[in-house]
Design a binder for this molecule. Sequence first.
Ligand code: UDP
Length: 241
Amino acid sequence: MTLPKMNRVLLKLSGEVLMGDQQFGIDPAFVLELAKEVKAAKDTGLEICLVIGGGNIFRGMAGAAQGMDRAQADYMGMLATVMNALAMQSALEQLGVQTRVQSAVQMDQVCEPVIRRRAERHLEKGRIVIFAAGVGAPYFTTDSGAALRAAEMNCDALLKGTSVDGVYDSDPKKNKDAKRYETVSYGKVLADDLKVMDASAVALCRDNDIPIVVFSIREKGNVAKVLSGKGVQTVVTDHTA
Ligand code: UDP
């Protein structure tokens, strides 16, 4: 499917992709490679909002499973996303790309708070805005944060870069006959519980008619390829043409 002409996108990266080949944490060399991908996308003339997860450092659910208070663990997860945002900011600025980090949990000494009009101004000036700390509330994920910012910032699409190259009808790591969808509706993703993003994020995109483009960020040059319609991806949308 050909994607509609895009001027502004929200790029969501799971925290896990910042680990590179490590089991945990941040691999600065790998973050720099990711930053090159983001820069390549920006160099095509797009305005870019960026949301990065925190799963490479801490996930609230994992903490809760080990007996921690869930809300407390989720706040720790949010702090992890701020660390990732700062790492990506540093890598992008190493490449000469201007950025601002805006956090949904206020941290004046470290970054700006989320202020939509200010974020608009940054984008107009050609800066990338990295939105950290998800929606700023526990019991949510950065997928919901990404959907929320995509809607709020009037993005033309939500690009979800993960370690899989799209949405499959079953887990491609477990089933070699798993089939990748070219396009799939929001309704099917929700009804079949397909692993794209969590349900609240998918519903928010559906309600605001924001296509979700799922692709692999691990393949070099793939963001630009996906944007030009030549990449391997799945588009979640209710428009089939
Ligand atoms: N989190 C949260 N509220 C938000 C965003 C994130 O509580 O709005 C917490 C939650 O504990 C989550 C963690 O931050 O597990 C890391 O985010 P996420 O799991 O979305 O990261 P990803 O899987 O994308 O790396």
